[in-house]
Write a protein that binds this ligand. Structure first.
Ligand code: FMN
Length: 172
């Protein structure tokens, strides 16, 4: 089968990362792939903000944990990179556009030999005052919601097994 089709089918989320950092060139490539994703009416009202400082990522994780009442162990899997996918809160396409970009981020990470997993919690607390303060400090526009985040790094272990349980149907 076509190599790229096999590549798409074999992608899996990674939830365990090594301490190795990711090169800025690789982060830029992943961001370029996010920017290349489709968006409704090609509005591109999104922004992709890559945090490459582990301390900044953990500061944000701690604020998210506090906002959502999560336990202190919440660490977004301690990635080397966290990409925040944000979009204009007023955009009708905000969440679907960002989901398209997230899949590009997943695939680009995998293509570069990196692991990636979607981190969903920011969408439920981006306007918490402490979280918003950090997002502002990290350059996320104040009129944006964060509708997904990608934790990225070198894989430290195998991905979880996955069985496809949903149906896809061809109607003739
Ligand atoms: C909308 C969405 C939200 C997700 N949120 C999380 C999350 O917060 N934490 C996590 O570990 N995985 C999260 N995931 C990853 C899914 O759990 C994962 O894609 C699913 O288990 C299938 O596994 P696979 O990605 O390896 O194919 C999310 C995925 C999607 C599409």
């Amino acid at each position: 089968m076509n190599e790229f089709i096999n590549f798409i089918k074999s992608r899996r989320s990674c939830r365990s990362f090594t301490d190795q950092s990711v090169s800025e060139a690789d982060v830029q490539t992943i961001l370029d792939c996010a920017l290349a994703a489709p968006s409704g009416i090609n509005r591109q009202t999104w922004q992709f903000t890559a945090l490459v400082d582990r301390e900044k990522i953990q500061t944000l994780a701690a604020a998210v944990a506090k906002a959502l009442g999560r336990d202190a162990g919440y660490d977004m899997y301690k990635p080397a990179v966290l990409i925040l996918t944000s979009n204009d809160k007023e955009s009708a396409f905000r969440e679907v556009d960002n989901a398209c970009a997230m899949e590009n981020i997943y695939l680009a990470s995998e293509a570069l030999g990196l692991g990636c997993v979607w981190i969903n919690q920011l969408k439920d607390c981006y306007d918490d005052p402490d979280v918003r303060h950090l997002l502002h400090e990290y350059g996320v526009p104040d009129n944006h919601g964060v509708y997904g985040s990608a934790a990225i790094g070198y894989k430290a272990g195998p991905a979880r097994e996955k069985v496809i349980t949903a149906r896809a149907v061809i109607v003739k």
